[in-house]
Design a protein around this ligand. Structure first.
Ligand SMILES: [Mn+2]
Length: 308
């Protein structure tokens, strides 16, 4: 294998996906990897599913599960964990095209929760070895869910409480949030007041780390400089290898390109989601490998959104 091209959240942007694949070119010694969130929001969901399924069936691509696939599966089983903020564009196919809907749901269930290559890990939102071990009894050797008992057990226990398994799956697929100290808040990009922040799960923290140091996806909002109150429950850990995620709706510094600086959360953690469906760009982070599977180089390719 000469390399991996890890493509960000497609969300129904089929034309952009075709253009990006053209730019990447065909190379049987490279593997395409999708970070999940193929569906919802965009207008060409069916075309995207058909193309990605074909690529996977022909051995040209792999994809992990995104939170939108996970939520679609839970909804199909009538097990939605909590009300979601986004629309259910994919779920509308349950009425308009049930054959496609049920066939696609079964296919979504076969997507691994993460991919673990020697030089690279791919997960939709958060890499955490402890949580991955917790989930492993429910998964096969390729991190695919064995059967629907996972979804049932991962919702509520006999007392009606959300289980540790559900928590683990949610954190891997959606990331996790940290509650700000009492009285602190920020206003998000939709004008909503929030008392919880997404945080940099890959960061090493100590008694001097501040909320402002770890806040993620808060735009230009000012986050308090107070020190973290609860180090004990800190879930973050420096990952053991290069990790690529999607999910975080990044914007590149220039609208005309996505650079290595744009995709680098740290020297080991990369994010390939540049908000294509919201007038951003569809990006691929490209890893070139040496013969011993070590990383030779990292670069980025991207195409503009057609949603203008
Ligand atoms: Mn996502």
């Amino acid at each position: 294998m000469k390399g991996f091209d890890v493509i960000g959240d497609v969300h129904g942007c089929y034309d952009e996906l075709c253009e990006l694949l053209d730019k990447l070119g065909e190379d049987s010694e490279r593997r395409l990897v999708f970070v999940g969130d193929l569906v919802d929001r965009g207008s060409q969901q069916k075309e995207c599913i058909a193309l990605v399924r074909t690529l996977i069936e022909n051995g040209k691509a792999l994809s992990v599960m995104g939170n939108h696939e996970y939520n679609a599966i839970l909804k199909s089983l009538n097990l939605r964990l909590k009300k979601d903020l986004f629309g259910d564009a994919f779920c509308d196919f349950a009425i308009s095209d049930p054959d496609f809907y049920f066939d696609t749901i079964e296919w979504m269930k076969t997507l691994p929760l993460w991919l673990d290559f020697p030089s690279l890990g791919v997960v939709h939102a958060c890499w955490n070895s402890r949580l991955m071990r917790l989930l492993s009894p429910y998964l096969d050797s390729e991190h695919r869910i064995k059967d629907d008992s996972f979804f049932k057990d991962s919702c509520k226990d006999a007392a009606g409480c959300i289980t540790k398994i559900a928590d683990a799956a949610e954190i891997i697929l959606k990331g996790t949030e940290l509650t700000l100290p009492y009285g602190e808040f920020f206003v998000d990009k939709d004008g909503k007041v929030r008392t919880e922040i997404r945080y940099k799960w890959w960061m090493k923290v100590d008694e001097n780390t501040r909320y402002s140091d770890v806040a993620l996806s808060v735009g230009d909002s000012k986050i308090t400089d107070r020190k973290l109150e609860q180090l004990k429950g800190w879930i973050g850990k420096e990952p053991p290898k290069n990790i690529v995620v999607g999910h975080y709706w990044l914007r590149s510094r220039s609208p005309d390109t996505v650079t290595l600086e744009d995709v680098s959360f740290s020297d080991k953690v990369f994010c390939t989601d540049f908000s294509c469906v919201r007038k951003g760009r569809l990006a691929a982070v490209r890893f070139d490998l040496n013969a011993d599977d070590s990383v030779k180089g990292i670069s980025v390719e991207s195409v503009p959104s057609k949603n203008i």
